[in-house]
Design a protein around this ligand. Structure first.
Ligand SMILES: Cc1ncc(COP(=O)(O)O)c(C=O)c1O
Length: 454
């Protein structure tokens, strides 16, 4: 069934709305009183589940940041379920393999890797919670108090800096950790949607003068809107100067450092205190698998370690259990699908995938620039092209806001929208190894056709 599903997928519509009857069956079932035969369940999966995919397996899916599953990852998923370990820690395959995989990820993107310097997570949102919790506790301990013990009340507000293009998971993590939305400063961006460094410096100076406690600056290595990479080396300088924790959100884009000629854009990423990156994005590891990489793993352990008597492991090595470095106790065997995907592709295959998809984004940008009825809205740094349709001089915001839904409904391509620089924008994100230049032409034609109907 898996092979059949993957084989027929490219010939089917990219996406279709779920019909009412199917939605009702999926969403409103009653729990069976008695158990059902496995064959019956598989019949249901074939007839009622597989026909309604999100679309991200298709080579003309360009929405958000959602990749197709790598076949090696798909292959080993049932085996991870059959083993069904908890990778909280202990002496079994899961935690040992996770050590290798995390080291591979760090090595791939050129991030320093001390022993135990990272862990796999559900995604980058959870990785960000771990990294910012480590940052918060480090700042508190440096000031002579303990945020875990005391909570944040009665202390000067801790201030974090992130650009207006920073991902929402940075804000959610700061809110969850009690930093407070009002203490997350929105740093303006330049014309390329990268952090405005003069503004960052001014904001830090103002906050210090007001008696606040700047503690963290978060740069992006690949924003979700346009794929922009912040000036990471300059951010590292400012962080070092002011004793701030430097976090990089490379959830989507960290792997972009592998693209031909891209390394200079990423200079400084290796100086971060923490880096979030998502194997379930560009690498194509089946959802969900994120990763938090830490320059000092002890900082995450200081933020999370809590070992009750029933979890003491006298045989553990100095690094202890993964569960001491994050909020999860029972942890799935994420390492197996990540190991399989990375082994199957190898460094060369991963680099080819990144080169191919960044090349598609550049080609689409060139096509957009040559077409009188399209406009490029941001430089291409990774594998995202941000642009808009401009078939007439006015009403462009309303038109471009309506286009993604209209394109999606036609079923021949899938694109999503955003707001960029105060304008409604279209963005195409390339992650699929089988997408071709011909698919780019289809996308532009689909946008033109869809726009006529809105
Ligand atoms: C740039 C960026 N950062 C963070 C995230 C959050 O990652 P996740 O969805 O794996 O939690 C995403 C998700 O799309 C992203 O694109």
């Amino acid at each position: 069934m898996v092979a059949e599903h993957l084989a027929v997928l490219p010939a089917r519509p990219v996406w279709q709305p779920v019909p009412d009857a199917a939605r009702a069956w999926l969403g409103e079932q009653d729990l069976p009183e008695t158990g059902r035969a496995l064959d019956d369940l598989l019949d249901d999966v074939r007839a009622r589940v597989l026909p309604h995919p999100m679309g991200n397996g298709h080579p003309r899916f360009f929405g958000w940041v959602n990749s197709p599953p790598n076949p090696a990852g798909v292959l080993v998923e049932p085996l991870a379920a059959a083993l069904n370990p908890s990778c909280a820690g202990g002496d079994h395959a899961g935690p040992h393999l996770e050590r290798s995989v995390v080291r591979w990820l760090a090595d791939l993107v050129g991030f320093p890797h001390p022993p135990g310097g990272g862990l796999l997570t559900s995604g980058a949102s959870m990785a960000t919670v771990i990294c910012l919790a480590a940052a918060r506790q480090r700042a508190a301990l440096a000031d002579g108090w303990d945020a875990r013990e005391e909570g944040l009340s009665a202390r000067p507000p801790m201030i974090m800096y992130v650009t207006e293009e920073g991902h929402s998971c940075l804000h959610k993590a700061a809110q969850l950790l009690g930093i407070g939305a009002r203490n997350v400063r929105t740093v303006p961006v330049d014309g390329s949607y990268r952090m405005d460094m003069a503004a960052l410096r001014e904001m830090i100076a103002e906050d210090r003068a007001a008696g606040l406690r700047p503690f963290c600056v978060a740069g992006s290595a690949g924003t979700v809107n346009s794929g922009a990479v912040d000036p990471l080396g300059e951010i590292a300088d400012v962080a070092a100067e002011h004793g701030l924790w430097f976090h990089v959100d490379g959830a989507y884009g960290a792997l972009g450092v592998l693209a031909d000629g891209a390394a200079p854009h990423y200079a400084g990423m290796e100086r971060a205190d923490s880096l979030a990156l998502d194997p379930h994005k560009w690498l194509g590891v089946p959802v969900g698998c994120g990763c938090a990489l830490l320059r000092d793993p002890g900082a995450a352990r200081a933020a999370f370690s809590l070992v009750p008597s029933y979890l003491v492991d006298d045989n553990a090595d100095d690094l202890g259990w993964f569960a001491e470095y994050g909020p999860e106790q029972t942890r799935p065997f994420r390492a197996l699908k990540t190991w399989a995907t990375m082994s199957y592709l190898g460094r060369a295959g991963i680099t080819r995938l990144v080169d191919h998809t960044t090349g598609l984004a550049r080609t689409l940008a060139a096509m957009v620039e040559q077409a009188p009825d399209f406009e490029l809205l941001a430089p291409v740094t990774t594998s995202i092209t941000a642009f808009r349709h401009r078939p007439r001089p006015d009403g462009l915001d309303a038109l471009n806001r309506a286009i993604p839904g209209a394109v999606q409904a036609r079923g021949n391509a899938f694109i999503t929208g955003t707001r960029l620089g105060g304008r409604e924008a279209l963005r195409a994100c390339f992650l699929h190894p089988d997408t071709t230049e011909r698919d780019l032409a289809v996308l532009l034609e689909e946008i033109r056709l869809a726009a006529k109907g809105v």
